[in-house]
Design a protein around this ligand. Sequence first.
Ligand code: UTP
Length: 411
Amino acid sequence: MLEENARELLKKYGQEHILASYNHLDEAGKEKLTNQIMSIDFQKVKELYEQTKVRPTTGEDKIEPMKYKSAASLSAVEKEKLVELGERVIKENQYAVVMVAGGQGTRLGHNGPKGTFDIGLASHKSLFELFCDQLKKARDTYGVVIPWYIMTSRENNDDTVRFFEEHDYFGYREGVKFFFKQGEFPMVDTEGKLVIGEDYLVKEAADGHGGIFEAMVNNGVLRDMQERGIQWIFTCAVDNPLAHLADPLLVGYAISEQVRVASVSIVKNSPEERVGVFCRRNGRPSVIEYTEISEDMAKAVDENGEFLYGEAHIMMNLFNINVINEIAKEKLPYHSAFKKCNYLSESGEMVVAEKPNAYKFETFIFDAFVRLEDMGILRYQREECFAPVKNAEGSDSPETARKLYEAYYNL
Ligand code: UTP
């Protein structure tokens, strides 16, 4: 019998359809489902589902432009000084990289973790191998092995680890320290009902790249870094092969600005571009999502004709190790994403989704910024650091990324 408490919870929140699963499970499965039910925050699920009906806006928040520094405006002497500061950190083994690679990559539609994807370069190297190449180059340049930690999810962890094993870590075995799994959150359908997966359990999905902070603390990544004496942690996405994993300028900039977090930005290419932009929100650093920004705000320009809210966040962030615990203490807010989700119908048939049919709830790494008094933003040129691989075709696709990569590296 399903524990009375679990049954009551399902009843209270109108999720009794889960019971249909129960009878299909063996004893171990039944226990798993019961534990899962007892661990779900049903009230939160309900609230988040209700929020999906409301278009996100900045509401009453006071939004102001955020200052930034353009790397192109630095003189050669200034730049050299900052690079020297940053290089010192790297050479003294105080620098590490964490890559967020737990996403589902639904838009790309590649069968496997996104990092295993070949964007079509003549070398046919995968995204993971391209990043390994960068870290091996840094090893040659600075004479140190930069520790690399890779955040995966339950769904793609095994395939990711196997890929590295099969390729002997592309010659960077000594640098790959941890694969660590991020947290999860249940998915709901358009009626707010929990979705059942193939295994008759409640379907949960990775809780967004904002899960990085908690996952670093819970999986011992932070402790490992502390033991190594790491001071600065660079985080980036797996789907931008032009992200520079060892950038002394960014580190030097953060140190000279005396900030604990510094991000790379690029200028938004049009008011409609689907990127989040930096701003100050009620006095604190923040990012406004493209779904949240008003048309007026997106189009607003200053006296030089530059967008007032034009500094796009591209997932290249540098954190001082001291802020990680602080941020991880409290859950970041969830946002909903409407995604394709295969599920088990009440009659027990597996339904393959042809189009988005369920909500996934995700936290975003940049929602951590508002917890800081201040941060630095360093603007780079788009072509030197941004080649996203998001869609199978068209914009931000393997083809556009390949061309950008080839142009940058003169291939
Ligand atoms: P995106 O938000 O673009 O998502 O991820 P995605 O999973 O790659 O692709 P879609 O939206 O399903 O098509 C940006 C980065 O954040 C990571 C991704 O792996 C990518 O590096 N990410 C995303 C996570 O690590 N965990 C998540 O839960 C979501």
